[in-house]
Design a protein around this ligand. Structure first.
Ligand code: KIV
Length: 270
């Protein structure tokens, strides 16, 4: 439980890196989950486009719309009073040009209430990142396994194991820092590559499947709490088994409704 009540800012991230204070991030998509994570003291909540999978039941994140992320970001904003709220920019809301990116990121702040946006890619989105930062929209980058490129990558796989891929990921992270990103997610890259990037950049790296040397970690909350079991990446640690607890509770409810134990009969007045 955190004692700090002041809202967390993107500017805290760089300061925490300087002080070697690790940064904790989880995803959330609704106000109740956001309120609980906030109460526990999480530093930042990401309204990830992973909502396509864990909320909508799609196989990939590609069908997630800007309207959906705005909607879920509003809910998270309503629940989180202290944590930094970061909204993911869905596929084709920023790759189509700087003007589209400005308009769409603007909606995530204006209508969703996010304090920052996250987008995937390195050199290919540097101009977008630079423009958003220039107009006052903080940007979290995302390199390594970028799920919006799943078809080009040939599946959800580790990235950066070959020398060429390793160099590319490192250079993309450098480019994002130069473009003004306040932090960068490193997804599914070898631990040693994440160590090199984290040592070189002044902005914090937030790892997911990238080992212990990152400046912070992010997990999809539905994975971490055992709510989603369609596909669980090997790096995920289960901090709770809420899915099986919910199935058990539902079974008990059904049994009690069927045998008349719920609702309990009204108490007799004396
Ligand atoms: O969409 C998401 O939840 C993400 C995290 C896995 C980093 O991008």
């Amino acid at each position: 439980m955190s004692t700090r009540s002041a809202p967390i800012r993107t500017t805290d991230f760089a300061e925490w890196k300087r002080r070697h204070r690790k940064i904790s991030v989880l995803t959330a998509y609704d106000a109740t989950m956001a309120r609980l994570l906030d109460r526990a003291g999480i530093d930042a909540i990401l309204v990830g486009d992973s909502l396509g999978m864990v909320i909508m039941g799609y196989q990939t994140t590609l069908a997630v719309t800007l309207d959906a992320v705005v909607h879920h970001t509003r809910a998270v904003r309503n629940g989180a009073k202290r944590a930094l709220v970061i909204a993911d920019m869905p596929f084709l809301t920023y790759q189509t040009g700087v003007d589209d990116a400005v308009r769409n990121a603007g909606r995530l702040l204006q209508e969703g209430g996010a304090s920052a946006v996250k987008l995937e890619g390195g050199r290919g989105v540097a101009d977008v990142v630079a423009r958003l930062v220039e107009i006052g929209i903080p940007v979290m980058g995302h390199v390594g396994l970028t799920p919006q490129s799943v078809h080009q990558l040939g599946g959800y796989r580790r990235v950066g194991s070959s020398p060429e891929e390793m160099e590319r990921v490192i250079e993309d992270a450098r480019i994002l820092e130069r473009a003004g990103a306040f932090s960068v997610v490193l997804e599914s890259i070898p631990s040693e590559v994440a160590k090199t990037i984290s040592g070189e950049l002044t902005i914090p790296t937030i790892g997911i499947g990238a080992g212990p040397h990152c400046d912070g970690q992010v997990l999809v909350s539905y994975d971490a709490f055992g709510l989603y079991d369609e596909f669980v990446p090997s790096f995920v640690k289960r901090y709770a088994e809420l899915g099986s607890a919910m199935v058990k509770a539902t079974e008990q409810y059904i049994a009690e409704v069927q045998d008349g134990r719920f609702p309990a009969p009204p108490e007799k007045k004396r």
